[in-house]
Design a protein around this ligand. Structure first.
Ligand code: SF4
Length: 315
């Protein structure tokens, strides 16, 4: 449920005349209704971003330049800019069933991690583990992470060390696989939407990644992809990779598609943008698209057994 009263209050406090609204794909359909409501209650001109939005890193900069305040929905704060107001979205779904189903799979000392959509249930998660006689551990991540216990798809720094098992509460595979690869301890994923719990298996993804790295060993020409989204720019990293790669071109792309990559006729890419792009979309690209971690392995700068998901770290 989006708090329109809170949005109206901020607009009035700031005496803002032009407002931007930016939604992730799952919330976009609420855009026209909220825009109409806000316009009627404040008299401000409201513009809704129609571009794709995948995370708090993905600010619509062009829209931001046109408005007094940009409300960015669905994600927690990632950067400090007074013109941007992050409005989180919390799923109103109970976690009890999924966690109870996870209990037989957990060790004694359990690290808890989740996404911002379930972060308001963190206390309840902790309480359920204590009631079951477990020792829950919640850690604080780096500066990219707003809440203790929160994961991003590009940052697993809030995954506790020194535990027997990690409990991930949420849906999807990417976050729990990243947590497992970053800690090396078993991760149990408990999905509040289905109530199911399972042990996370990273074997298949590891095999896929090793196959792509093996293919990239023969690459003569490299493309190094640089992101243009505010929270995904890693120019220094791209520069370092270019120096190691040999015959390499730095290429800036906002939205990566297979067609855009095919145009350049290179043998392999290294993506320094959102770490999920290289992993989630691997099957769509005609050539290997590696993460910086994988590139280092191919070039002998890191051991093959040290494969981990790429992360964009804060301070
Ligand atoms: S870089 Fe990717 S995983 Fe990280 S916040 Fe942005 S969209 Fe999410």
């Amino acid at each position: 449920m989006i708090d329109v009263d809170g949005i109206v209050r901020i607009i009035e406090e700031r005496k803002a005349k032009t407002i931007g609204l930016q939604f992730p794909e799952g919330l976009k359909r609420q855009g026209p209704g909220i825009a109409k409501d806000v316009e009627a209650r404040t008299g401000a001109l409201v513009i809704v971003s129609g571009d794709p939005c995948y995370g708090a890193c993905d600010i619509d900069d062009s829209l931001l330049d046109m408005v007094d305040v940009l409300f960015h929905f669905g994600h927690s704060r990632l950067m400090d800019d007074d013109r941007i107001v992050f409005i989180e979205y919390h799923h109103e779904v109970e976690v009890d069933t999924a966690i109870r189903n996870a209990l037989p799979l957990l060790g004694q000392k359990v690290g808890i991690v989740t996404t911002v959509q379930h972060i308001h249930m963190l206390k309840r998660m902790e309480q359920l583990l204590i009631e079951a006689g477990k020792t829950p551990v919640i850690a604080r991540g780096d500066s990219r992470i707003t809440y203790p216990g929160q994961l991003l798809g590009c940052n697993f720094s809030a995954t506790p060390a020194g535990v027997d098992t990690v409990l991930y509460v949420g849906s999807g595979n990417f976050h729990p696989m990243g947590a497992q690869l970053s800690t090396g301890v078993p991760v149990i994923a408990a999905d509040p939407f289905t109530g199911e719990a399972r042990k996370v298996d990273v074997e298949k993804i590891m095999r896929q990644r090793y196959a792509l790295m093996a293919k990239a060993m023969d690459a003569k020409k490299w493309g190094i992809i640089i992101g243009t989204k505010t929270g995904q720019k890693r120019l220094e990293l791209a520069r370092r990779i270019k120096e190691t790669a040999g015959d390499a071109t730095l290429i800036s792309i906002r939205e990566i598609t297979p067609d855009r990559l095919l145009s350049f006729k290179v043998d392999a890419y290294v993506s320094t943008v959102c770490p999920r792009v290289a992993i989630d979309d691997a099957g769509r690209f005609g050539v290997p698209v590696l993460t910086p971690v994988e590139f280092d392995i191919v070039k002998g700068l890191r051991k093959w057994e040290d494969l981990a998901f790429d992360e964009i770290k804060g301070e």
